[in-house]
Design a protein around this ligand. Structure first.
Ligand code: GLT
Ligand code: MN
Ligand code: MN
Ligand code: MN
Length: 387
């Protein structure tokens, strides 16, 4: 059975099941739900671990103290009755007109300070609900014309903001791990830190690099035609995969936020295989929404389907790893040579001299079989369920 349980650590955002189907060309197609109603919907889908939110998904920007106390109490009750937790929180630094030219990288010092203040308050809110992962997606940090902003200053401003917030995290004992999320464009013409790899480089320049990792999103690398699996792999190898946003997208199209694995079956499979084989233990957040045509009932199907597809691909991973014919090929294409590996593993003058003196028959090496067609077809057969 492919029924999810909280042990799978699947999560949804208030903004994902709460999506009303509005797009740049059309009005909403679904009535808005309150945060408590969205929690009930996630509960109805069944088996999720928790719910994530932006500060203003929960508390509207200009809510009175009384109104926000009421929202919080309704939200808390909904979480309790659906046995859902809040693993991750984040800040909306992109919707309000004040952020039209960026938040941490704005050219206006007042706006930069306001963005940091807004994040501090959102961290308080996230901490109040027990979140331990704090996502930073700089959707408005970028340009349409590079006449308008200095890209080097932008990096420095972003670094200052993150350093400040890391210190605030320590000062308040929140215990957050920050997860930076890259995207190359939309809503800006060009967003700074365009891909996950940009953040992997940036993080090492921070005051508290251990506190900061990445939150790669399937669609964000695919929007610009890149291999998402490779980006996630590098994040894992750097021990920086703190969180992951799962959805789908036709390569190089507009920001689609399709249901996970609804379009790119093969890439989704290799992603789940990567996460399973490397025993990723973090949260798997479905940052996606139902088609604009869906009604509220179909939104529940969307949520169920997201988790179900992940579980199916987990099962396929297990099949792949146990398939004798596939594993025989995997073994065949990975050839070891202990003597040569020990020479190249570590530089010493002696190893270098021995390597230089080694004779390689490159024609013979080139003739070694790589039956990749056979392996890829077996993968296809397995995914299509005919194996
Ligand atoms: C927005 C964006 C996502 C980010 C969210 C966090 S908001 O929906 O498209 O990729 O993860 O700010
Ligand atoms: Mn996104
Ligand atoms: Mn995302
Ligand atoms: Mn998107």
């Amino acid at each position: 059975t492919f029924t999810p349980t909280p042990a799978d650590k699947f999560t949804f955002g208030l903004w994902t099941l709460g999506n009303t189907g509005r797009d740049p060309f059309g009005e909403p197609t679904r009535s808005p739900l309150t945060p408590a109603q969205i929690v009930d919907a996630i509960g109805q889908a069944g088996g999720a671990f928790g719910v994530n939110f932006h500060d203003n998904d929960l508390i509207p920007l200009d809510a009175s103290d009384q109104a926000s106390a009421q929202i919080k109490s309704d939200f808390r009750k909904a979480l309790r009755r659906n046995k859902l937790k809040i693993p991750m929180a984040t800040t909306n630094l992109f919707s309000d007109p004040v952020f039209k030219d960026g938040a941490f990288t704005s050219n206006d010092a007042d706006i930069r300070a306001y963005a940091i203040q807004k994040t501090m308050r959102a961290m308080q809110l996230g901490a109040e609900f027990g979140a331990k992962i704090y996502v930073m997606w700089g959707g408005r940090e970028g340009t349409e014309s590079d006449a308008t902003k200095d890209p080097i200053l932008a990096v420095k401003r972003y670094r200052k903001a993150i350093n400040f917030l890391c210190k605030y995290n320590l000062d308040q004992n929140f215990g957050f791990k920050f997860a930076l999320e890259a995207k190359a464009n939309e809503p800006r013409g060009h967003i700074y830190f365009a891909v996950t790899g940009s953040y992997l480089g940036f993080i090492e320049t921070l005051d508290h690099p251990k506190m900061v990792g990445v939150n790669p999103e399937f669609a964000h690398e695919n929007m610009v035609g890149l291999n998402f699996v490779h980006h996630v792999a590098q994040a894992i190898e750097h021990k920086k995969l703190f969180h992951i946003d799962l959805n789908d997208q036709v390569m190089c199209r507009y920001d689609q936020d399709f249901r996970f694995a609804s379009n790119s079956y093969k890439q989704a499979f290799f992603l789940v295989k990567l996460l399973t084989d490397t025993q990723y233990r973090g949260f798997k957040h479905f940052d996606s929404h139902a088609y604009r045509q869906s009604d509220h009932q179909d939104v529940i199907e969307f949520a169920k389907g997201s988790m179900r597809s992940y579980k199916i691909l987990e099962y396929k991973t297990d099949q792949f790893n146990k398939d004798k014919q596939i594993q025989k090929l995997v073994k065949l294409i990975n050839r070891d040579n202990r003597k040569l590996t020990s020479l190249t593993n570590k530089f010493t003058k002696k190893n270098a001299a021995q390597l230089l003196a080694t004779n390689f028959n490159r024609h013979k090496l080139a003739e070694r079989r790589l039956p990749y067609e056979e392996l890829d077809q077996l993968t296809f057969d397995l995914l299509m369920g005919v194996r």
